[in-house]
Design a protein around this ligand. Structure first.
Ligand SMILES: O=C(O)CCC(=O)C(=O)O
Ligand SMILES: [Fe+2]
Length: 314
């Protein structure tokens, strides 16, 4: 912009010069002077228009930045931070069918106190063991320990059917998963005011691995805005457990809640749990990862017992 201003300024000076520069009186007939003065007025106006428009452009873009607010920073240790949002009508209508599962309020809630960094590391080690045997050819892979689904190339394989995976996961691994899942479940029940025996672990519950690699199939395109309830029918409460740190282990990859006035970002932090009602009140997306590898676990709960999945067992 300063370059624009500088150029406009120099245009102004050039346009005024003939009017003031009366060194050769012979050339300075009244008509000639009048005509250069007339010319200088529109140029001055024009230059002001250019300056004002440039200012408006700057204001527009900086106000766009204001529409993105950080809700949870990676560098802060949050005991708990929530924001209440108005439940969508469809969500309430559906959830009304399930006794004990109706939330006190719809919201998103972030806590760094539910799961420790040590527990997150233990889970990460389990996830990495699995991902070693697969990996999408595009930027996003998943591993679902319940169904066995593992991204491999452009498809999915069942990890439990791979010879190399026979003794990959130990009883201890499954116990680690179960303990963490239970802690998350009780935390959801507590923060949404629902009966813990009335929310059921549901599918898909999975580890995700996101990289800057170019997407090859639609499954690699994790950055599209979506409503979880529409993507995954059985979801009523979504939780995300982050297994790495934004800005340290990877760049990009912030989680973004899309709201009317402004969007709110959650910066992943190891052990951070984000929980929210899965209706359209919590429309969201994940920014593209631009560097490093981002690991997280999606754990979801349904109010509908028919969507309950079994505990992990050896
Ligand atoms: O990993 C995340 O932060 C969010 C993933 C997500 O939106 C989903 O699994 O539905
Ligand atoms: Fe989602």
């Amino acid at each position: 912009m300063s370059e624009l201003k500088r150029r406009n300024k120099s245009k102004d000076i050039t346009s005024e010069k003939p009017a003031n520069d009366v060194k050769d009186p012979e050339k300075k007939h009244a008509g000639a002077t009048a005509s250069s003065t007339n010319q200088s007025i529109p140029l001055r106006v024009l230059s002001r228009i250019v300056v004002i428009s440039s200012l408006l452009i700057v204001v527009y873009f900086s106000s766009k930045d204001d529409k993105l607010k950080t809700f949870a920073k990676q560098s802060e240790l949050l005991p708990g931070k929530g924001r209440v949002v108005e439940c969508s009508a469809e969500y309430l209508k559906e959830i009304d069918n399930f006794e004990g599962c109706y939330p006190r309020e719809c919201k998103r809630y972030i806590s760094d106190k539910v799961i420790s960094a040590r527990e997150a590391d233990d889970l990460l080690a389990i996830a990495k063991k699995g991902f070693k045997l697969g990996g999408s050819s595009g930027g996003a892979s998943i591993l679902d320990l319940h169904s066995g689904a593992l991204s491999k190339g452009q498809h999915f394989v069942n990890i439990y059917k791979l010879d190399e995976a026979k003794d990959l996961f130990t009883e201890n691994d499954f116990n680690t998963f179960r303990v963490i899942k239970e802690k998350i479940k009780y935390s959801v029940a507590h923060h949404f005011g629902v009966d813990p025996s009335k929310i059921y672990l549901t599918s898909p519950t999975f580890f995700s691995e996101m990289t800057p690699r170019k997407a090859v199939t639609i499954h690699d395109e994790y950055w599209h805005p979506h409503v979880d309830k529409e993507t995954y029918k059985s979801f009523h409460y979504t939780t995300l457990l982050y297994l790495g740190d934004y800005g340290i282990d990877f760049k990009g990859g912030r989680f973004v809640f899309i709201d009317d006035k402004y969007n709110s970002t959650v910066e992943p932090r190891k052990g951070r749990v984000s929980m929210f009602t899965s209706g359209s009140e919590n429309y969201h997306y994940v920014e593209k990862v631009t560097d490093g590898v981002r690991y997280a676990m999606t754990v979801a709960f349904s109010c509908d017992k028919k969507y309950e999945i079994n505990e992990l067992k050896k």
